[in-house]
Write a protein that binds this ligand. Sequence first.
Ligand SMILES: [Zn+2]
Length: 125
Amino acid sequence: MAVRERLKTSVRLKKMGISDNENCQICAQHIENTAHLFFGCEFSDRCIRQVAAWLGIGWNARNLPQTCGWIRSRYRGSRFRRQVVMAAIAATIYLIWCNRNKAFWENIVNSVDSTLKHIKFIVKK
Ligand SMILES: [Zn+2]
């Protein structure tokens, strides 16, 4: 759903008439669309940079289709390593969305450090 931009971001909720607020639920400084939430938001950027450093990869893609394309066609690593990178990317996107929902429903944003710990836990399982 994130790749297809079908997640109910604040921009989409406003267009649907469900919410008046189209700001990012995490940083509250920018309009919350898929591009901002997963790649433009400072929270997400810090998560992505730390996950990339943990994996030892350059994760420079700035949107989800570009990220998926990079993994499929340009990432050079063993099959196992590619699966680890894909799991880490999926976990990162999932937990950014979870953090966004927690901010939306509970007004709580987890720290980047705790999110990173959770990402590592998911990938290692
Ligand atoms: Zn933001």
